[in-house]
Design a binder for this molecule. Sequence first.
Ligand SMILES: N=c1c2ncn([C@@H]3O[C@H](COP(=O)(O)OP(=O)(O)OP(=O)(O)O)[C@@H](O)[C@H]3O)c2ncn1[C@@H]1O[C@H](COP(=O)(O)O)[C@@H](O)[C@H]1O
Length: 109
Amino acid sequence: MSAFTLADLERIVAGRATSDDPSSYTAKLVRKGLPKTAKKLGEEAVEAVIAALTEDEAGLVGESADLLYHLLVVLHLRRVPLDAVMAELERRTAETGLEEKARRPAEER
Ligand SMILES: N=c1c2ncn([C@@H]3O[C@H](COP(=O)(O)OP(=O)(O)OP(=O)(O)O)[C@@H](O)[C@H]3O)c2ncn1[C@@H]1O[C@H](COP(=O)(O)O)[C@@H](O)[C@H]1O
């Protein structure tokens, strides 16, 4: 399992957002502003849907990575911390009572 988390990528995006490094795609995207970045997120979502229906696992993994990255850039531009999204997911899971079960190792369930 990868040790890399969305929180790691959120920190990197925040750092690169104001970078003057011409190679930074994040800085380029952030400079375009929220409307263009949100539109790009929508395009990436459509590409992920198409990949889910027509591509192999590697294709879907690639499009999913693009989608999550662009979502993080939109959240950054809206100044919404990823943690707020995770807290909402946690709140919903707590309502189902499945949270404890998910945290316990499979053999204990
Ligand atoms: N995870 C990503 C990531 N996923 C997708 N992309 C970029 O998103 C773009 C999407 O590809 P498209 O073909 O749809 O778009 P494009 O034609 O390249 O660009 P547009 O002109 O259409 O916007 C590609 O250029 C990808 O490089 C990403 N760019 C950066 N990151 C990560 O963000 C961090 C900071 O990156 P930099 O800002 O580039 O330093 C690093 O950890 C990177 O790995």
